[in-house]
Design a protein around this ligand. Sequence first.
Ligand code: FA5
Length: 345
Amino acid sequence: MNSANDLEELKTRLLADLNLAVSGASESPRLEDLKTKYLGKKGEIYGLMRGMGALPADQRPAFGQKVNELRDLAEERFAALEAKAEEQAINAKLAQSTLDPTLPGIRAPMGHLHPLSQVREDTINFFRGLGFELAEAQEVDHEWYNFEALNIPPDHPSRDMHDTFYVDEGIVLRTHTSNTQVHYLLDHKEPPIRILAPGFVYRVDNDATHSPMFQQVECLVVDENISFSHLKGTLFLWAKHVFGPDVNMRFRPSYFPFTEPSAEMDISCIFCGGKGCRVCKQSGWIEVGGCGSVDPAVFEKVGWDPERYTGFAFGFGIDRIAMLKYGIPNIAHLTRGDTRFLRQF
Ligand code: FA5
């Protein structure tokens, strides 16, 4: 069966079958079955191609071209009908569905930084803006870096202020970020030094305002001709940045073995504006951290010339700043991980 008549007959049958397939009549053939019947590898159109060898050679090109045309027509019609069927299936599904894609979605709750991270990041960004570099030192350290190099010998009374966790003979959980000063000055001998070192520190301490694990930020500046007024200027800028332009600041003489002179920095109470309230114990002032000019004894321990270089350092508690800034009465709230509490900030 390989004549022009066969070809016409096949085309007529194909088109009739396709019409029937889309008519929706109960007996109508399925589109996939028709596709296999006409266009499948063993289908009728390829059957015509395979049988072409039986034709006289001069008729083969013209017949072949016609078969190709029929195949193209069939492929085109099937593709169009399949696309239409797919669209109808989607529309039918949508019509059945109770989902309304035009309704607004449910907003996923957005997380945010922990208040301690907010204070830490804000402090880092502020000091970076002043040209400070970030530095870090280990939390588990040899006591020489935490104490001796900072002019705190073993029998020094100020060791009592740092109730220390010992990990092993001579190895401590650092009690302050000041160990960073020592490591940095030993590793870097090129002034100017301008570093900020935030990090975790540990003390045997536990009450409403003291935690056994808390965060400090250490700052160290070393160069020729660095004076206490540079320290005051820097801290004043920082305090205004954190607590607002109306905040006042004062320095109380204090004692740290690694700074001379040493001071405690207070800010005017941000709850009562300095008039006196329960938070500031009626004094109008709140203590923020310790500071001072680098003691020449420290320069000697780390191999810097104390005759030539001067510097200042300060260290304050990030947890305390967060408590002050957000009015948090108990330091433990900050580390309990209660999301009802944390969501407020
Ligand atoms: C120091 O730790 C000094 N290294 C600070 C310093 C650095 C002085 C450089 C001079 C030069 P102090 O022990 O006062 O100092 O602690 C500093 C701050 O850490 C305190 O003002 C307080 O804000 C915070 N802090 C101290 N102990 C705790 C604690 N247990 N829990 C939470 N915060 C604390």
